[in-house]
Design a protein around this ligand. Sequence first.
Ligand SMILES: Nc1ncnc2c1ncn2[C@@H]1O[C@H](COP(=O)(O)OP(=O)(O)O)[C@@H](O)[C@H]1O
Ligand SMILES: [Mg+2]
Length: 282
Amino acid sequence: MTTATQTVAARAAAKIEATDLQMAFSANGQQHAVRVLEGVSFSVPTGSFTAMLGPSGCGKTTLIRIIAGLLTPTHGEVRVDGQLITGPSSERTVIFQDYGLFEWMTVFENVEFGLKAKALPKSQRRQAVLEYLDMVHLRGAEDKYPNELSGGMKQRAAIARALVVDPACILMDEPFAALDSQTRLLLQEEILEVWDRTQKTILLITHNVEEAVFLSNRVLVMSSQPARIILDMPVDLARPRRPDLRSNAVFRDLVDRLWQTLRVQVGAAKSGLAEAVKREKK
Ligand SMILES: Nc1ncnc2c1ncn2[C@@H]1O[C@H](COP(=O)(O)OP(=O)(O)O)[C@@H](O)[C@H]1O
Ligand SMILES: [Mg+2]
């Protein structure tokens, strides 16, 4: 096979393909002063669950926003199914840490919202909304408003809203970070059930090593700013993943190895921050 044919074959199997992404923001009137991403390339196979791990502030949300089509990179490109991304699409829905629900809409209306763009009869819309509320264990809460819900319920509603439009990819930006630790563990297990049932391509961004290993087929580690991919580690743990996996020796070993890599980057991110604060004070 020639290199060109191999590239075409790799693209066909990849749902998301990011090539040489760079992102720099302006600061203090200077263009490209803050270099956030540098030479970020990776691909996410169709139907896989990929986790991206990185220290706080390294550029994880920036990367998700680029893949979602909400931000244009300074350099490089992202393709989904071989098509260049030029803007947002219901084929790529994002689940954010802060849920992103509309406070003035009920749970039902929030989940139904994305479907309104699709010309479906009302009865079919209702059926789809209830089906996904069922999947995330929120049946019975459809008439509640977000301020009447716990954090876990809000995130379940946000997950149902992301799924109901039947996207090809789900992008998750630290979706469980604002939840208490018990709800977090429960929702991790629930998202695996949802993934099993729907076979969506999921890209999860997190700073939590255990979460990345528990959920994914593969963990990519980002460096501190400007972020690059510094490690690509397969997670060959059997599925379905049960809660007791967390105490399994192979699981612990993977978590340790990833943490060893990440802690160097967390240290670098901290000293980078201290330098930036010093410069600001001068
Ligand atoms: N619109 C923007 N303008 C300037 N700097 C930005 C902008 N968005 C993000 N940044 C900077 O990019 C860096 C990475 O931010 P972010 O992607 O939110 O990190 P993470 O999600 O990994 O915590 C931070 O230093 C942040 O201040
Ligand atoms: Mg972030």
